[in-house]
Design a protein around this ligand. Sequence first.
Ligand code: HMG
Ligand code: MG
Length: 299
Amino acid sequence: QLPEKIKIVEVGPRDGLQNEAPHQLHLDEKIQLIESLAATGLKNIEVGSFVSPKHLPQMADTGEILKRLSCKPGMSYRVLVPNQQGLEAALAAGAKEIAVFTAASDAFTTQNIRMSVAESLQRFRPLVQAAQTQGIAVRGYLSTLLDCPYSGKVPSQNVLRVAEALLEMGCYEVSLGETTGRATALDVEGILEDLAKTLSLTHFAVHFHDTYGQALTNVWVALKAGITTIDASVAGLGGCPYAPGASGNLATEDLVYLLHGLGIQTSVDLNQLVQVGAWISQRLQKPYASKAGYALFCQ
Ligand code: HMG
Ligand code: MG
């Protein structure tokens, strides 16, 4: 039984652009990208991160972006926040929703956020509480769902423990990040089955990278398991600067094409999205990496 409707979280302006060279896009162009994505019907868009500009200069203008966007009813512009300093900056810029991010592997968090998994959970607890008292919704990211770029295969009990901790501290949803894109269908089926033994899958989203072309197959497995929120990135932009070799995210165009083909509703106008995907690819001087997007654009 497939869901009737899927919520898409567009992560291109964050996960996509964090992986491009700094200053590739001007602030005005970032705003144009986000507003064009919103105009296609995408309602949940990650627009940047409040992280250290020394680590990730690409995201240094997130405050300006949030201030310049006008958030219409029904829209959610989200940002990543790793610590108290990030939360304060996000609040000052008017953020209404944030995401904290950790992983199931210490080797990954040590590189990505310079702390262990346990330390990240300990730091996030008061942060989530502080955000909630200000009326800010908090999503949790759990990276290295199955595979860590530094330490390889990740035991499912680690995933379970971190997922429970994020939900228990108040995250309304945990996005399961398949960071390297190496996992295949049975791996994803297995971990979702393990999670479903003790937790309801309604609390989870999936976040696939398409490094090995497995993202849509893994989406199919997640849909069959009952997942109804899926992250994707326009034109398949993205990767993680701390996951060497991991290429783009699942392309939003490919996801929407699949969902509409399955008779599942999204709020997105695919043809309009293709125009945005083609434009941003051209602007970044990259080939248009969404298969569905490229095919529709060439018609
Ligand atoms: P740290 O060096 O341990 O932090 O970094 P610190 O507290 O020691 O501070 C060091 C310097 O950073 C200080 O500046 C701070 O002010 C500054 P200095 O005194 O040297 O001039 N700083 C900040 N500046 C602005 N905003 C902040 C902030 N915090 C500290 N919030 C930290 C720790 C987490 C900050 C750092 O490691 C960092 O910024 N990492 C970036 C991580 C990141 O953005 N990764 C990519 C996103 S995760 C991802 O892509 C995966 C995902 O897509 C899911 C998946 O695919 O799996 C979500
Ligand atoms: Mg990612």
